[in-house]
Design a protein around this ligand. Structure first.
Ligand SMILES: [Zn+2]
Ligand SMILES: [Zn+2]
Length: 542
């Protein structure tokens, strides 16, 4: 996390960190990357002793521009109307469409430990008159803004174009109006039927004062106005907006040339790609933030966004893959390394900061958290499928001592996540049915070396059964090596004897999720061995 700490160390004086979002439609999980990055910057600044204000804007004066988000009867009336003036499309008590959708993302942020000092709503800000000085400047310098659009983005507006959208006094639309004259106090606007393809203006025109909420600035200008209005010093934004000629460059130029202020420091961040395939089809699940947040706990979501630097693309495809278990394993590896335990593989520089910033609370004791006992997710995913298992007892046996209250909390969170993952995303191979009643007929195909492996396994378990998944895994490898059985064939023997199939989840965890006495009896029975040794003649197939 060197980048956030370096940024925090490079600035001086109080900082204002800002981002904003249009409250339209469902929040895609990828759009959580910005807020997490923003939150970490704030934490890094505060850890560095910098007085920091964290603002988050709701751009709810933006026009409704997607038909699919409206009920059919509302399309004609509300396309092009500010989101703050569109009624809630669900009868659940919100004052507007914008409030409904903003509340959803505010709740999602809060669940991830992201709590801006203040949310501001543009529909509240405009009527106060606070934006009026910037509206005046933008209109006075309309030629400069037209030139910026031409120069930076190669967008040519006619000489009569002014950077303002009036809320039509007749139809209430803001997306369909164009201002063509400005006399220093009033603007002349037209509500055009064909200004945009997605909404139809009513044809009204006239002179009106543009102040106190009667009009809004276009997005690039509004963005720069927010920086001046709130004194924003740092604002990260997505790579898509940060390209040459893109929105950020336009707003930066407007800030400098129109509002005469240096734009905030940008931290451009890349996308999170969800495996495009079948995300919205197979189980009716999409990449909606709330769906993934329902399965993956907040600290692992934060970690998902933080384990890679902002300029790296994140690939995350939970559907039918082991992406979620791997995310937990990687989190645990960072925790282990932070706690000073040995880990396999390389770690990025600043791994301990990544771990600390992944924690839900900015005040968490990262060292104590890193030292806490965390059962492996894959192991829990098996345990929660095994009937009659006392999770706590099993995990305490693995740990070798009672769980602390915090460790118990971690266990409960993870067990719930494992159940949710099995329900929502897990591949078929992760779902297991242990054949408890009898040795499955599939085990009849076991070869002599596999039977020998199972018999030795039963022997060893009888003398001293491992408790943890890792210890079981080690035992399997030890016996396989001693008996000269390739590990792949040893695992296959276990899967056939217990699951009636040739593959399955990590064998050590599978056996750790079962009673040792059952493992011993089943391994022995499936081996076909007797006290006298191996079976004289193998059954058919052996
Ligand atoms: Zn609602
Ligand atoms: Zn109109």
């Amino acid at each position: 996390m060197d980048w956030a700490d370096e940024l925090a160390a490079s600035v001086s004086g109080p900082q204002v960190v800002n981002d904003s979002k249009t409250p339209s439609g469902t929040v895609h999980v990828g759009s959580l990357r910005g807020p997490v990055i923003l939150d970490v910057i704030v934490r890094a600044l505060r850890a560095n002793g910098t007085p920091t204000t964290y603002l988050y804007g709701v751009d709810d004066m933006d026009p409704m521009d997607a038909q699919a988000l409206l009920t059919p009867d509302a399309v004609e009336r509300y396309m092009g109307v500010p989101l703050a003036h569109v009624p809630d499309q669900e009868a659940d008590g919100h004052a507007s469409y914008a409030r409904h959708h903003a509340e959803a993302f505010i709740e999602t942020f809060a669940g991830l430990g992201i709590r801006p000092d203040r949310y501001y709503w543009m529909s509240d800000i405009y009527p106060t008159g606070d934006v009026d000085p910037y509206i005046r400047l933008a209109l006075d310098r309309a030629d400069v803004i037209r030139d910026i659009y031409r120069r930076v983005a190669n967008v040519r507006h006619p000489d009569t174009w002014h950077p303002l959208s009036v809320v039509c006094e007749n139809c209430g639309r803001v997306g369909t109006t164009i201002v063509t004259k400005w006399d220093g106090e009033r603007v002349y606007y037209e509500c055009r039927a064909d200004l945009v393809t997605w909404a139809r203006g009513c044809g009204h025109s006239g002179w009106v004062s543009p102040f106190r909420g009667a009009a809004k600035l276009p997005w690039n200008v509004e963005w720069a106005a927010q920086w001046s209005l709130f004194g924003v010093t740092i604002e990260p934004c997505g790579k898509d907006l940060s390209t040459a000629g893109g929105s950020r460059e336009r707003s930066d130029a407007i800030a400098r040339e129109v509002f005469e202020r240096e734009p905030p420091i940008n931290v451009a961040y890349e996308f999170l790609n969800i495996g495009g395939r079948k995300m919205s089809t197979s189980k009716g699940r999409g990449a909606a933030a709330h769906e993934i947040v329902d399965v993956v706990p907040p600290e692992q979501i934060r970690f998902l966004f933080l384990r890679q630097r902002p300029n790296q693309v994140i690939e995350f495809d939970p559907e039918g893959t082991d992406a979620v278990p791997r995310l937990f394993d990687e989190f645990d590896r960072f925790a282990d390394a932070t706690a000073g335990r040995d880990v396999r593989g390389d770690l990025p520089p600043g791994f301990d900061r990544v771990f600390a910033y992944s924690l839900l609370s900015p005040d968490a004791d990262a060292e104590a958290e890193a030292a806490a006992f965390r059962p492996a997710f894959g192991h829990l995913a098996l345990l929660v499928q095994s009937p009659g298992v006392d999770l706590r007892q099993r995990i305490e046996a693995e740990k070798g001592s009672p769980l602390t209250p915090r460790e118990l909390e971690i266990l409960e969170t993870r067990a719930a996540a494992a159940r949710a993952w099995l329900d929502a995303y897990a591949p078929e191979s992760a779902r297991i049915v242990v054949r408890r009643e009898a040795v499955p007929s599939e085990a009849g195909d076991l070869h002599a070396d596999q039977r020998r492996f199972l018999a030795k396994l039963a022997d060893r378990v009888a003398s001293a059964a491992p408790t943890s998944g890792d210890d079981w895994q080690t035992l399997i490898f030890d016996i396989a090596r001693a008996e000269d059985v390739p590990p792949r064939r040893a695992f296959e023997a276990i899967y056939l004897a217990f699951l009636a199939r040739p593959n399955g989840p990590r064998a050590g965890w599978l056996l750790a999720s079962l009673d040792a006495s059952f493992v011993r009896e089943r391994a022995w029975e499936a081996s076909g061995w007797t006290a006298a040794g191996p079976p004289a003649r193998l059954p058919v197939g052996g």
